[in-house]
Structures are given as structure tokens and as C-alpha cells.
Design a protein around this ligand. Structure first.
Ligand code: VGL
Ligand code: ZN
Length: 207
């Protein structure tokens, strides 16, 4: 068994009604659950921020979705979301979390965000997930979850960088689309980096 399923940030705050709702975010959950039932090894990531986190617009007295130009490249400042210990930070109540071998929390440092499940946003601080997978002989990751244009993309690109084979399950991801087309452009960037774009049907039927 050399493949693992990575389920990115399927949390209340990224679903309709949440603080940083991804349109249709909850509609992927039945598909993600079917994938979780199928895969012997799966990992759930959980965006998990302290209050006043550096990615929160409120921490800078700025408007949500404005750009922080002090970083290179500029980063989007978000509404407060996924604050550790709050209901919004919990996994969506319909997600079958018990199938997963590992829950990896990220973005816990106040001054450094982490979109990717592999490295924090400085690009060099590892979360440990690369080693965890390598020690289990995993060579291929299948990535699904939220959001296509941020944490899914960053996770997939880092997985490629680490030399893993990467498949993106296109009907089990959804985008923020702060600018229309961001989700489509993110899928294209992942494909250009060497990720395979697959559908859940192909995976569940073993194609
Ligand atoms: C995410 C924005 C801020 C994500 C997390 O999970 O894609 N996006 N924090
Ligand atoms: Zn976040």
C-alpha cells in the first residue's frame, strides 16, 4: 500500500454558514466520505489558528479580503476563521473523521501562516507530514478538500516538490474564487507542476 488520501481543511468555517465559507464547500463531503472509507491510510488537515493570527484582517485593522503587501507575494487577509477550540474550527459534523490515521493541525503560529500541509508559508519550516508519509513508504498522495485555490494548491505543489506522485480529485475540491477563475487557475497550476487531475469515480472504481 503506497498511496495515502489527504483531506484538506473540511471544517465548519470553510462551509456555508462559516466564517470563510467556500461556495459549495459542504457538497464534497459525501464524496470525501466515500474516499475515506476506501483508503487504508488517510490524513485530515485542520486549519487551527490562535486569536489575532497574522492572516486575520482584524489583526491589522484592515478589511477582510484585502491584500497584505508587506509579504512577498502579497497575501490575502482573511476574516477571523478556524480559531483553535471554536466550533468553526471543528471538522464538519458530517465528515467521517474516524477513518483517518492522522489529524494534522497547521497555522498554529501567530506570526506565520501555513496553507500547505507540508511546509509553513516561509516555504522551509516542515510540518512533519513529509517524514510521516515517507516512513510509511507512501509514494503517491491523492488530495481533496478545501480550498482549491489556497490550501489544496499549496499542499499539492509541495507534495510534487517532495517528489511524491500527486493526484487531485477534482470533484472533491472547491475554491474560494475571491477573483473569479482562481479555482480553475489553481487546477491548471497543479497540472503544470505534474499533478494528475482525476475524478472520484476513477478512484472509487479503481481505474
Ligand atoms: C485556507 C484561507 C485561509 C484553506 C485556510 O484551507 O484553503 N484558506 N486559511
Ligand atoms: Zn487559515
Amino acid at each position: 500500500m503506497h498511496s495515502a488520501l489527504l483531506v484538506v481543511d473540511v471544517q465548519h468555517d470553510f462551509c456555508p454558514g462559516g466564517a470563510l465559507a467556500v461556495p459549495g464547500g459542504d457538497t464534497i463531503i459525501p464524496v470525501v466520505n466515500a474516499l475515506l472509507r476506501k483508503f487504508p491510510l488517510s490524513v485530515l488537515t485542520q486549519d487551527w489558528h490562535p486569536p489575532m493570527h497574522c492572516s486575520f484582517a482584524s489583526s491589522r485593522g484592515m478589511a477582510a479580503f484585502s491584500l497584505d503587501t508587506s509579504t512577498n507575494p502579497p497575501s490575502v487577509l482573511w476574516p477571523d476563521h478556524c480559531v483553535a477550540g471554536t466550533q468553526g474550527a471543528e471538522f464538519h459534523h458530517s465528515l467521517e473523521t474516524w477513518h483517518a490515521a492522522l489529524i494534522l493541525r497547521k497555522g498554529m503560529r501567530k506570526e506565520l501562516d501555513s496553507y500547505s500541509a507540508f511546509f509553513e508559508n516561509d516555504g522551509v519550516t516542515p510540518t512533519g507530514l513529509g517524514g510521516w508519509l515517507a516512513e510509511r513508504g507512501i509514494r503517491h498522495v491523492l488530495v481533496c478538500g478545501l480550498a482549491t485555490d489556497y490550501c489544496v494548491r499549496a499542499t499539492a505543489l509541495d507534495a510534487c516538490r517532495l517528489g511524491l506522485a500527486v493526484s487531485i480529485i477534482t470533484d472533491a475540491v472547491r475554491a474560494v474564487d475571491a477573483s473569479p477563475g482562481d479555482g480553475v487557475r489553481a487546477l491548471e497550476a497543479m497540472r503544470a507542476a505534474g499533478c494528475r487531475l482525476v475524478t472520484s469515480v476513477e478512484i472509487l472504481e479503481g481505474a
